[in-house]
Ligand binder design. Structure first.
Ligand SMILES: Cc1ncc(COP(=O)(O)O)c(C=O)c1O
Length: 428
């Protein structure tokens, strides 16, 4: 009944990249990530709860280092910006291969800062995706600009460059000054097309890289691709703080300088306000914690890749993998675009009876999540944008079919077998 063609595993070799400063602490098995996933004969059906995300597993390993880092902030009393944040910013720049990193208080503020620092504001329009977290659109409106939406590519779930072009050629296209693609689930948006479009049309390109620490497009890391980028360090992200935190990155000195000025009330000189900015500073505790975690993130991302490869192999072995982009009976597996590097923030399948499957998994105490159940143009708060049901059919369909499965570096193989066995049982 299912599409039984073996699913092609299209990953590049996980060991192929330099490790960019990842040092595994003693006993940290992710330093030993296998290069090839085992293809299992059949999924086991051991009944056990599987969490969507278990941050305590990471904390148990890093406990001492984190406590020391927090204690150091208490010793120095540098609670806002200061050395802990500056050290993190310099290390982040090095790891991402970008000229400037500017720490701030959330991914949402980072998006607002990135737009404002690149000169996007009132009287201008920005094109983005309807299939993302709310902040991808709200930041545009908060900055006083107009948000225009374009549909997504059903294979990657990312903003479709062709759909953007249609908007640019449409009646409201003349006001567009920037494109804001989101690297959804950790898969970089099609940057070859967006770079071409940006150059041809004189558009600023702002990356929503909130979910994409460590992802790459043709060997360039997310964060170093656009005119500016925004990261979130919300606790569930690949690189996570112990609270809210975010960061703007940019290669231009001018953009970075503006972002630094805007993050503290438009001050270049203490108590001399050149512009109306905002208070969106990163605090010292977050800087210190992120400094510690930055050393391990590449290893964690490699472990996420192993988890993703194992899911691919398990679903293929169970005969559930369908070619897509739309599911028929089984599941369409996530796809890594050739020439890119997925950060596997989420492992998102498509399946036709998504809500029933989610309920079934919940009854087995298996975590799952829907990112996102309502596309942005249909959100109550965004009705003002003037779109309606049917405006973006790909985003609307994705919202009905996507299901994110448990993925985090410490997820065990037996737990993944439990997840796939439960899905196989439901789809029988
Ligand atoms: C795609 C995307 N953009 C923006 C944000 C906002 O980040 P934060 O929650 O740190 O404000 C998030 C966070 O969930 C996100 O996933």
């Amino acid at each position: 009944m299912y599409y039984r063609k073996p699913f092609a595993i299209s990953f590049s070799s996980p060991g192929a990249r330099p490790t960019l400063g990842c040092v595994a602490p003693p006993g940290w098995y992710h330093g030993l990530v296998k290069t090839e996933p085992k293809v299992p004969q059949s999924p086991a059906s051991t009944a056990q709860p599987v969490p969507m995300l278990d941050l305590k597993r990471q904390y148990r390993v890093l406990h001492e280092e984190l406590v020391d880092a927090v204690a150091q902030v208490l010793e120095t009393q540098q609670f806002i910006l200061g050395e802990p944040v500056a050290i993190f910013e310099r290390a982040a720049e090095k790891q991402l291969g970008v000229a400037h990193a500017v720490g701030c208080s959330s991914g949402t503020d980072a998006l607002w800062l990135a737009l404002a620092a690149t000169g996007v504001g009132p009287g201008m329009a920005v094109v983005t995706t309807p299939f993302s977290f709310f902040a991808s659109v709200s930041c545009i409106l908060r900055g006083g600009a107009t948000a225009l939406l374009a549909d997504i590519d059903p294979t990657t779930f990312n903003l479709d460059p062709k759909a953007v072009e249609t908007v640019l050629d449409g009646p409201r296209g003349a006001a567009v000054r920037a494109i804001l693609p989101v690297h959804l689930y950790g898969q970089t948006a099609d940057w070859t097309s967006f770079a071409r479009l940006g150059q041809a049309r004189g558009m600023k390109l702002i990356e929503d890289a909130a979910q994409a620490w460590g992802s790459e497009w043709q060997d360039v890391r997310a964060g170093a691709l656009g005119d500016a980028a925004a990261f979130s360090f919300y606790p569930t992200k690949n690189l996570s703080a112990a609270g809210d935190a975010g960061m703007v990155t940019a290669n231009s000195d001018e953009v970075a300088e503006r972002a630094r000025m805007l993050r503290q009330h438009g001050m270049r000189r203490r108590y001399y306000h050149d512009e109306i900015g905002w208070n969106t500073r990163m605090d010292g505790f977050q800087g210190a914690i992120l400094q510690v975690k930055l050393k391990y993130i590449d290893g964690w991302n490699r472990a996420r890749r192993t988890v993703a490869e194992r899911y691919h192999a398990l679903f293929a072995a169970a005969g559930l993998a369908e070619a897509g982009p739309y599911p028929v009976h089984g599941v369409v597996l996530p796809h890594e675009v050739a020439g890119s590097r997925h950060a596997w923030h989420q492992y998102v399948i498509r399946t036709p009876r998504r809500d029933q499957l989610r309920e079934f998994l919940a009854s087995r105490k298996i975590g799952s999540e829907i990112y996102y159940p309502v596309p942005l143009h249909l959100q109550e708060a965004l009705k003002v944008l003037g779109y309606g049901e049917g405006s973006f059919p790909e985003a609307e369909r994705a919202a009905r079919e996507v299901l994110a499965l448990p993925i985090f570096p410490e997820l065990r193989e037996d737990e993944q077998r439990t997840v796939v066995a439960a899905i196989a049982e439901f789809l029988e």
